[in-house]
Design a protein around this ligand. Structure first.
Ligand code: SF4
Length: 205
């Protein structure tokens, strides 16, 4: 796809090479690209610094792709903020040209731009995802804070593709109670898996 008329820069909050700490790809090394901007504004957000684009540095997609390709792992996680607030087609195109595997982390509140090897959708009850993102997600990762959240998780799962991987993750600030809730739920509904934020337990980002 030609992306010449689309902005070739993106507002970057940070980039770093680390280990994916949550979801089904947990444990895999990846280069993280955190974009600025989010209109979902979850009260528990642990990346609030990414909401404001004024905190970001504008970088060209060529520079970002070159930095991503300089790491030993072929995996690149595009995250935020809400990355789909930006047109991601030019960045995806550059990453693909470098034979990198492009993973997206999104709340699904905006249309998908670009093409991805893995879409992890983490839907939010107060700002539900678009059906088109639910249908294209490879992984549905629902954060559970209380027992009420399971109904939302099931509503989302009903719209996801049959092959979408379903995971439940405890809200970190409430992890003791929500981990037990999830444990019990998954035993009764084994189509779901448990995700923990491993990076927080071992103290890396
Ligand atoms: S969607 Fe993600 S980045 Fe945006 S407020 Fe919620 S947790 Fe934070």
């Amino acid at each position: 796809m030609q992306t010449n008329n689309i902005p070739q820069t993106l507002p970057i909050i940070e980039e770093f090479y680390s280990i994916q700490g949550e979801g089904i790809n947990s444990g895999s090394a990846a280069y993280f690209v955190r974009l600025a901007g989010c209109d979902v504004k979850c009260p528990w957000c642990d990346t609030k610094q990414s909401w404001n684009e004024n905190n970001a540095k504008l970088c060209s997609v060529d520079e970002i792709a070159a930095r991503a390709a300089a790491n030993p792992s072929p995996n690149v996680v595009i995250t935020g903020g809400e990355p789909l607030m930006h047109n991601l087609a030019p960045l995806c195109e550059r990453l693909e040209q470098k034979c990198l595997s492009v993973w997206l982390e999104t709340s699904g509140t905006h249309h998908i731009t670009g093409s991805f090897d893995w879409i992890c959708l983490s839907p939010k009850k107060h700002h539900p995802p678009l059906d088109e993102v639910l249908e294209q997600a490879n992984e549905l990762k629902v954060v559970i804070s209380s027992a009420d959240d399971f109904a939302f998780a099931e509503q989302c799962a009903a719209k996801a593709a049959a092959e979408c991987v379903l995971v439940l993750q405890p809200e970190w600030d409430n992890r003791k109670q929500s981990t037990q809730l999830i444990f019990d739920y998954v035993l009764k509904h084994p189509v779901w898996k448990v995700s923990t934020q491993m990076h927080k337990y071992i103290g890396v980002r």
